[in-house]
Design a protein around this ligand. Structure first.
Ligand SMILES: Nc1nc2c(c(=O)[nH]1)N[C@H]1C(S)=C(S)[C@@H](COP(=O)(O)OP(=O)(O)OC[C@H]3O[C@@H](n4cnc5c(=O)[nH]c(N)nc54)[C@H](O)[C@@H]3O)O[C@H]1N2
Ligand SMILES: Nc1nc2c(c(=O)[nH]1)N[C@H]1C(S)=C(S)[C@@H](COP(=O)(O)OP(=O)(O)OC[C@H]3O[C@@H](n4cnc5c(=O)[nH]c(N)nc54)[C@H](O)[C@@H]3O)O[C@H]1N2
Ligand code: SF4
Ligand SMILES: [Mo]
Length: 788
């Protein structure tokens, strides 16, 4: 889709690093921040980042320490990069759009698009046009209302949310969408922690983390499974360092030995600057991709064998223990060692850490959630926690580490295509209309609906749908198949260039900016990974006079579309966000006195029955031991399992730069990490340029992504890795996790063959000069096989 703005020859490969942060992190922070914002603005902005009276970091959802315990610089390198991207002084103006057609812009990389700066005016691509042109806000709202009004059913519209949206706008948005008449509220969570939400709701009755930051600090053992904190939640390393100083052990489970799992040099301590830093992981299990279910079952079988279990907790608080324990006791060690790539001795050693710990925190992220069996795997890590009573006591619990800074809050506020009945009832009581009761479309189903001509309207509240979603070509065709696409965005991205018949870009304020409405300055609120809700107030002047806040935009769309239907106070809520919080307090469980509690320094913690009182709001009223038979991905000869991951220099589809410092990649992104022996087996050499291919039998289609540089890397046999979103064309839309429908972005079965020289046809089977991989039997479709 793009001609990159950097060349294949700029790429250089360096040795992998085995420690995270240190002074290079400080140097990069300052260089990037000053480069985008200048010295004065950098000082003005970073001083307020993650402070009680400042603004919440818009990058990840890692929690802040209590107000009295924050550093002057309470942020990390990647938080500073996120701020710099948003607070940049570069601007995308109407002149820019006049000078660049949509096709011109589409020829650039995502990195280049992001570098152009903040969008300053509402813009429209009218039917048949090849450029965006400016329009005024009122016309934009009228056009959207007219389009929505013309649909045969509200279910023909899709309302997407990316997890940066504040609680206030999220609540307002779901209210509008439900008053309009649909639950079509897909969000980025559908591609992220959906498997967690489903698994935890079934196992413990609530889909959120059961720990506080303090629990992390006081754990005896911390398990880090399928997560790369050094890059994606960098301040988590400070929490791990404190835990280590308090005597904790760390067990990391990851195919890659990521730098942030190994050692942390805290730039805020003398030991981190001049000394050796802190060793983090005590034991690293280099597991094969998707081996975790088998591993957790094996660990449980050992704990049962050693009777290292909490009988009292199991008897008082759980259901299904006997059946489950009989099931895992039968674990087949040959299957376990085959699927995990680990020896029994390694697994025994890891399980001894569990046995010897009285309080264990289990952390995970995308390495567990984005597989076909993800829901089962997360239930299994929960079983492991239940077995030793590691929930609802200090220093222990479950910690799914969320991605986007407010993705958890958006769900709490009702952004969910499958809303709980109680939530809809509360909405009905507060606003006097009966919200739709049918489940709506999630991300994957929304793409299907647009592809199949069943949905004609797409609105994105933030995000970059076309790049984030699986199966890039399919999702692009789906969006182009609509009558109208609308993006509420801060910065230019690919989704703006993949247009419905009419396309609108509505520029909005970011979290760094002051938000003034009719009643005066406003603040917003967010929820982090540990259910802590707090206020955020931006320090900077808006990027331009024509920008509107997200609340303003959504409330105006609602007014224009619904008129005074149901008598909802859209204007009052827009003029003063306290009115929104007043409604939140009445509708959202746990948010009573929201206005007062959320603005208190440090905010407040939402209730969580398992954490607070070991009560489990499941159907049985008990925590459930769930049985999940093992299914193995069948990987044909000369194929690998590919996981798609983030580099150190991106936030999801926003590419900050071309440096994945810890993994030793500089100057480029089209690389594929492979084991030395897999490279040889595929007839390749380190440094070769290859095309990646996958075949999905359900639609009988081959998918490919071309021209990746092979990098020999420390990854288990059969397991490759490459960056997202470049690899999204390879993820089949229909390849999703059972029951959560999350795309399987961490287990795509691929093969690689040397790329034809530039200028040669690149079609598979073109008989070009390159024979490597030409014996690829693309009919040998990967199918899961039941093993137990
Ligand atoms: N700077 C920065 N911060 C971010 C983001 C960003 O893009 N940039 N994105 C945010 C978002 S939305 C999210 S969801 C989080 C994502 O945070 P992570 O989940 O840490 O992100 P990924 O890069 O997808 O890394 C997945 C990790 O899991 C490992 N893994 C993959 N498959 C398996 C497996 O089968 N088993 C095990 N045990 N491990 C596996 C990979 O090797 C890798 O270390 O980060 C958030 N924070
Ligand atoms: N292959 C593969 N695919 C994946 C993943 C993977 O690991 N592998 N990870 C998945 C995950 S975990 C996630 S969360 C999704 C992410 O999916 P999304 O949330 O859709 O994507 P982002 O890249 O985070 O969105 C970035 C865009 O948001 C807009 N933006 C930034 N700040 C603001 C703001 O304050 N307001 C508004 N209105 N807009 C703003 C900017 O225009 C920017 O271009 O991707 C998923 N896709
Ligand atoms: S850890 Fe996450 S929330 Fe904290 S400063 Fe870094 S990027 Fe921001
Ligand atoms: Mo995410």
């Amino acid at each position: 889709m793009t001609a990159d703005d950097y060349s294949e020859t700029d790429l250089s490969i360096h040795p992998q690093k085995h420690q995270a942060a240190g002074m290079p992190a400080v140097a990069v922070t300052m260089k990037r921040a000053i480069g985008h914002m200048g010295v004065k603005r950098t000082a003005q902005t970073l001083r307020k980042l993650n402070q009680a009276e400042g603004f919440d970091c818009m990058s990840c959802a890692w929690p802040d320490p209590d107000p009295g315990h924050r550093h002057v610089a309470e942020f990390c390198e990647n938080g500073a990069k996120a701020v710099a991207e948003e607070a940049t002084t570069a601007r995308v103006t109407p002149d820019f759009f006049a000078a660049n057609s949509i096709a011109d812009l589409d020829a650039h990389s995502e990195y280049w698009l992001g570098q152009q700066g903040r969008i300053t005016h509402p813009m429209i691509k009218r039917p048949g046009a090849d450029h965006y042109t400016p329009l005024d806000w009122d016309e934009a709202y009228r056009l959207i209302a007219r389009e929505l009004d013309g649909l045969e059913s509200p279910d023909e519209a899709v309302f997407y949310t990316s997890g940066r949206a504040s609680n206030e706008v999220a609540f307002l948005y779901q209210l509008f969408v439900r008053a309009f008449g649909t639950n079509n509220l897909p969000d980025c969570s559908n591609m992220c922690h959906e498997s967690t939400s489903i698994a935890l709701a079934e196992s413990i009755g609530i889909g959120k983390a059961s720990v506080s930051l303090d629990d992390v600090h006081h754990a005896e053992l911390i398990v880090l499974a399928g997560q790369n904190p050094g890059t994606n939640h960098p301040r988590m390393l400070s929490a791990l360092e404190i835990a280590k100083q308090n005597g904790a052990k760390i067990l990391s489970i990851n195919p890659l030995n990521e730098a942030g799992l190994t050692r942390f040099r805290n730039p805020q301590t003398p030991r981190g600057i001049a000394g050796p830093g802190t060793k983090l992981s005590d034991l690293h299990l280099p597991i094969k991709l998707n081996g975790d279910l088998a591993l957790f079952q094996a660990m449980s079988s050992l704990l049962l064998e050693w009777d290292a279990v909490d009988h009292d907790f199991i008897a008082a608080c759980t259901n299904g223990f006997v059946e489950w324990s009989e099931f895992v006791a039968e674990v087949d060690w040959d299957v376990v060692t085959e699927l995990t790539g680990l020896t029994k001795a390694q697994i025994v050693e890891a399980t001894q850490l569990l046995r010897d710990s009285h309080k264990t925190v289990f952390c995970w992220a995308m390495g567990l959630t984005q597989h076909r069996n993800a829901v089962g795997t997360i239930k299994e890590i929960t079983n492991l926690a239940l077995l030793q009573g590691n929930i609802g006591k200090p220093g222990a619990g479950l910690l799914p580490v969320r991605g986007h800074s407010n993705v958890q809050g958006d769900r709490t506020m009702g952004i969910w295509e499958r809303p709980p009945v109680a939530f809809l009832d509360a909405l009905q009581k507060e606003f006097g209309f009966n919200p739709p009761r049918e489940n709506g479309l999630d991300t994957v189903d929304a793409i299907r609906a647009m592809r199949d001509g069943k949905a004609h309207f797409f609105l994105g509240l933030g995000g970059n749908f076309v790049q984030a979603a699986p199966d890039t070509e399919v999702v692009a065709a789906a969006l182009r198949n609509t009558r109208m696409t609308v993006h509420i965005s801060t910065k230019l991205n690919r989704s703006h260039l993949v247009c419905g018949e009419t396309a609108l870009i509505l520029p909005t304020l970011g979290r760094t900016e002051k938000d003034a409405q009719a009643s005066g300055p406003q603040w917003i609120s967010v929820e982090d990974s540990t259910c802590s809700v707090h206020a955020s107030r931006g320090p900077l002047a808006p990027a331009g006079p024509h920008l509107r806040s997200e609340v303003h935009i959504i409330s105006r769309i609602a007014e224009e579309t619904l008129g005074d239907r149901y008598g909802i106070d859209w204007k009052d809520m827009r003029d003063n966000y306290s009115h929104i919080r007043h409604h939140i307090a009445k509708v959202v469980p746990g948010c009573e006195s929201y206005e007062v509690n959320a603005r208190r320094p440090g905010g407040f913690i939402l209730p969580h029955p398992p954490r607070d009182s070991r009560t489990f709001p499941t159907a049985s009223g008990l925590a459930e031991f769930a049985i999940t038979p093992i299914e193995a991905l069948q990987v044909p000869d000369r194929h690998l399992i590919l996981q798609t991951i983030r580099s150190h220099d991106q936030f999801n589809t926003t590419i900050y730069g071309l440096s994945d410092r810890y993994r030793g990649i500089e100057g480029g992104r089209r690389v594929v990490f492979m084991h030395r022996l897999d490279i040889a087996e595929l007839g390749l050499e380190n440094g070769d340029l290859v095309d990646l291919m996958t075949y999905w039998d359900q639609d009988d289609r081959e998918r490919r992504a071309d021209r990746f540089r092979v990098v020999e890397y420390d990854t288990p046999r059969g397991c490759a890795a490459a960056y997202y979103p470049e690899t999204n064309p390879l993820v089949p839309l229909d390849s999703t996790a059972l029951s959560s429908n999350c795309p399987t972005s961490k287990s795509i079965i691929v093969t690689a063959r040397r790329s034809p020289a530039v200028g040669m046809a690149t079609n598979h089977g073109d008989g070009g000069q390159d024979e490597v991989g030409s014996d690829w039997d693309h009919k040998s479709t990967p199918q899961p096989v039941h093993l137990s």
